[in-house]
Design a protein around this ligand. Structure first.
Ligand code: SAM
Ligand code: SF4
Length: 328
C-alpha cells in the first residue's frame, strides 16, 4: 500500500543522510568550535541504508537523495550510490554536496550511475565564502563544479539566503547560472542552525530577491507545468536564458505538497526537517527485525506526519538537531 499520510499526501521521496560530519563550517548550519560528532558504530552501514531504501521502495518510494553532513566525506560513498541506483523501482538518485571534494570524486560518482548533483554555492566571492564557511575552499568547490559539468552531470546550485549578508551574491549567482547553463536555487535561511542564530529578520525573502533580479537582469517568468510537489518554485528570465528557483520555507511554505521522508545517518526516520519526534529504524535493523517490521516503522512515520511546520506561529519550536545532523 502506498505511503499516504493523514492529509492525503503521497510519499515517494526519501532523503538519506550518510554522515553528520562536514569538512567546512557554514555558520547557518554548524557551530565553529568542537562538535560532538556521532561515533562510527552509531552510523548506519551501507548495507543497512540499502536495506531501508529497498523496503521504502517496496512501499512506493521512487526518488532517493544522498545528503549529510557532507556526503563526500563518507568513505567510498560511490559504492552506496551504486547500490541505491541498482534498486529496481528507483527512478532517480541525486546527491547534495558542498563540492569541496567533488573534483576528485565526480568520476567515481558518475561511474556509479549518479547523474544529478546539487552543489551548495552561496557566493562567487572567495572572501565571502570564507566568511560563511570558515574555510578557505572556494577554489576547490569551483574545480568540483567544472569537473561535474565536464562529465555531463545535471547540476543545480543551492544558495542559502541570509539577510544583510547574501544580497551582493543574488545577482552574480544568477548571471553565473545563465552563463553556465545551471539552475540557481535560493534557499531562505531556516531555523535549523546549531547556534540558534535564526530569527525572521535574518531571512532574505524570495520577494526581495526577485525584485533584485528583475531590476538587474530582467523580468522573471514562472516555468509552466512544474511538479507541484517539488520544493522549489522555478522561474526563467524573459529573454529565455537561464533558470532560477526559490525554496521559500519561511515566506511561502510548501508543506501541503510535501512528499518527503528522511533517514538520518544514525538510523532515525523523520517526516519533516522540523519534526521534533523521530522513529527508530536502527534498533529494528540491529535487533534482527524483519523487512515487515522496517516497513511498519516507515508507515508509522507517515501516519504521524503533521500538516506542516509552524515557523510563523508562536508555537514553533526548532528541532533539537541542527541541519547537519538531520540531513538537509
Ligand atoms: N553538505 C551538503 C551541502 O551543504 O550541500 C549537504 C548537506 S546540507 C545540510 C544541505 C543543504 O542545506 C545545503 O545545500 C545548504 O544550502 C542547506 N542549509 C544548511 N543550513 C541551512 C539553513 N539554516 N537554512 C537553509 N538552508 C540550509
Ligand atoms: Fe557542511 Fe552542508 Fe552544513 Fe555547510 S550546509 S556546514 S557544507 S553540512
Amino acid at each position: 500500500m502506498a505511503l499516504i499520510d493523514g492529509f492525503e499526501r503521497l510519499h515517494d521521496n526519501l532523503r538519506i543522510s550518510v554522515t553528520d560530519r562536514c569538512n567546512i563550517r557554514c555558520f547557518y548550519c554548524m557551530p565553529e568550535g568542537p562538535i560532538p560528532f556521532m561515533e562510527r558504530e552509531e552510523i548506519l552501514s551501507f548495507e543497512e541504508i540499502e536495506r531501508v531504501a529497498r523496503v521504502a521502495v517496496s512501499l512506493g518510494v521512487r526518488k532517493l537523495r544522498i545528503t549529510g553532513g557532507e556526503p563526500l566525506v563518507r568513505k567510498d560513498v560511490a559504492t552506496l550510490v551504486e547500490k541505491l541506483c541498482g534498486i529496481p523501482g528507483v527512478d532517480d538518485v541525486g546527491l547534495t554536496t558542498n563540492g569541496v571534494l567533488l573534483a576528485g570524486l565526480a568520476g567515481d560518482l558518475w561511474s556509479a550511475g549518479l547523474r544529478r548533483l546539487n552543489v551548495h554555492l552561496d557566493t562567487l566571492d572567495a572572501a565571502r565564502f570564507f566568511q560563511i564557511t570558515r574555510r578557505d575552499d572556494f577554489g576547490r568547490v569551483m574545480a568540483g563544479v567544472d569537473k561535474a559539468l565536464e562529465l555531463g552531470f545535471e547540476v543545480k546550485f543551492n544558495a542559502v539566503a541570509v539577510k544583510n549578508l547574501c544580497e551582493p551574491d543574488v545577482v552574480p549567482l544568477a548571471r553565473f547560472g545563465r552563463e553556465r547553463g545551471v539552475e540557481i536555487r535560493y534557499i531562505e535561511f531556516m531555523p535549523l542552525d546549531a547556534q540558534g542564530l535564526w530569527d525572521k529578520s535574518k531571512v532574505l525573502l524570495q520577494d526581495q530577491m526577485m525584485e533584485m533580479l528583475r531590476r538587474e537582469i530582467g523580468e522573471l517568468v514562472v516555468i509552466p507545468d512544474q511538479d507541484p510537489r517539488a520544493p522549489a518554485t522555478e522561474f526563467g528570465f524573459a529573454d529565455g536564458i537561464g533558470r532560477i528557483g526559490f525554496i521559500s520555507s519561511v515566506s511561502k511554505p510548501f508543506c501541503l505538497n510535501c512528499n518527503r521522508l528522511r533517514l538520518t545517518s544514525d538510523g532515525k526516520m523523520r517526516y519533516c526537517l522540523f519534526a521534533i519526534e523521530e522513529l527508530d529504524v536502527k534498533g529494528v535493523l540491529r535487533g534482527g527485525g524483519t523487512d515487515s517490521e522496517l516497513a511498519e516503522v516507515i508507515r508509522e512515520t507517515v501516519r504521524r506526519k503533521w500538516i506542516g511546520h509552524e515557523i510563523h506561529s508562536g508555537k514553533f519550536v526548532a528541532p533539537p538537531r541542527p541541519m547537519y545532523s538531520i540531513g538537509g
